[in-house]
Design a protein around this ligand. Structure first.
Ligand SMILES: [Fe+2]
Ligand SMILES: [Fe+2]
Length: 385
């Protein structure tokens, strides 16, 4: 049984993720009943059916995905449900050069231990009575399960795993990690992981595998790339810095393979802070991107912290911010390493669409417009050339 509709307009039917071979279509409200997504592709003057999925929908928000689509193809998508249809158009992306070598995923800003959301902190989980576990844990679990099913062989947790530095929240983080014993993980702190709630508490080792927060920088070589993670958190502060890891990141980046660099804080584009929360200041960001580009021009840098999706070039380096796994849009990042490039996708978490659609109404509805970013900022491919 679906819950009453939130007191704001439902998010429209839209193409959320579009990749070279897959798409994800989402909606904020459809009635209970079968929902079908059909794709027709235009190439060589032909318009033919190339993908089809039907699922029973419980009512409310939801999503459907199609994969095994042809790349570089104009698509006409028809979403049909009991009493309605909607036609969308999009184009599958060009393929990333070379064979696929490896897949990994990121989550960020799970904020385990959080109990409310919104500008006035009045939004709470409307399905709490149906579950033993709180919604941030369910969001993290769902994202990890869906990323693993997608094929991720490594997970990078990009900080703010917990809402506050305390034993209860870290124990919950350990439980989440323990649910995925086969998935290797890298973990970096965010500002919430090192807040001053229990300021004398050292960051613990999490779960049965005793997963440690990276203190400066660390790297893991995977087929076709080097994954670098670095600590940008300052205990007790919202803003970030790479002071402790800057030189180490550059040393790790000087290698014969492309590098993926994950930090918690976003890099500020301008000298003054243009939006909340504060990130890594512009002067430090400029220096970092310039030196990273010199160290290795084949680099992709990504962050969390801003809880939004964005992408830009910063002194020659592509930098992406990926939204929160906990709240709208409720996503995880997927990365496909190819011989000649890397692809980023940002997928919405299927199992938590009810909460995510509801949490979209934060900041008097502005959050639903601010955080998603444009489609090309969520899903893109870098070719190393
Ligand atoms: Fe956060
Ligand atoms: Fe943060």
């Amino acid at each position: 049984m679906s819950l009453p509709r939130p007191p704001f307009t439902a998010s429209p039917v839209q193409v959320w993720a579009v990749e070279d071979r897959a798409i994800q279509v989402i909606w904020g409200h459809l009635p209970e009943g079968p929902v079908t997504l059909e794709a027709r592709g235009s190439s060589g003057g032909l318009n033919r059916p190339i993908g089809h999925v039907t699922e029973h929908h419980a009512g409310g928000p939801g999503l459907l995905e199609l994969d095994a689509l042809p790349p570089s193809t104009e698509l006409t998508l028809e979403l049909s449900w009991r009493g309605g249809t909607r036609t969308l158009t999009t184009r599958t992306d060009d393929p990333t050069p070379g064979d696929e070598l490896f897949r990994f995923a990121t989550i960020s800003d799970v904020h385990l231990g959080a109990v409310h959301w919104g500008f006035l902190k009045t939004m709470i989980d409307r399905q709490a009575h149906l579950h033993d576990d709180p919604y941030p844990l369910r969001c993290g679990r769902a994202a990890l399960a869906e990323a693993a099913a997608w094929g991720a062989q490594l997970l990078v947790i990009k900080g703010d795993l917990v809402q506050h530095r305390n034993t209860v929240n870290f124990n919950q983080a350990g439980l989440l990690i323990d649910e995925f014993p086969e998935l290797p993980m890298l973990l970096i702190p965010g500002n919430h992981d090192v807040d001053l709630v229990e300021s004398d508490m050292a960051l613990p080792l999490l779960g049965q595998r005793q997963l440690a927060y990276t203190q400066s920088a660390a790297a893991e070589d995977v087929p076709g790339a080097r994954v670098i993670v670095a600590n940008s958190a300052i205990p007790g502060a919202g803003r970030g810095t790479l002071e402790t890891g800057h030189e180490q990141i550059l040393d790790l980046a000087r290698c014969d393979r492309p590098v993926f660099v994950a930090v918690h804080h976003h890099f500020q584009r301008y000298g003054t802070m243009t939006h909340w929360p504060p990130g890594i200041g512009k002067a430090e960001a400029d220096r970092f991107f310039r030196e990273l580009h010199r160290a290795n021009p084949r680099a992709l840098v990504t962050s969390g912290h801003s809880h939004r999706n964005r992408q830009r070039l910063h002194h020659g380096v592509t930098f992406s911010e990926v939204g929160s796994t906990k709240d709208w849009p409720g996503v995880w990042g997927g990365y496909v390493v190819h011989e000649g490039g890397i692809r980023q996708t940002v997928r919405k978490t299927r199992a938590m669409v009810e909460w995510h659609e509801y949490s979209r109404g934060a900041v008097f509805g502005a959050w639903g417009l601010w955080s998603p970013g444009r489609p090309g900022e969520r899903c893109f491919s870098l070719n190393w050339g």
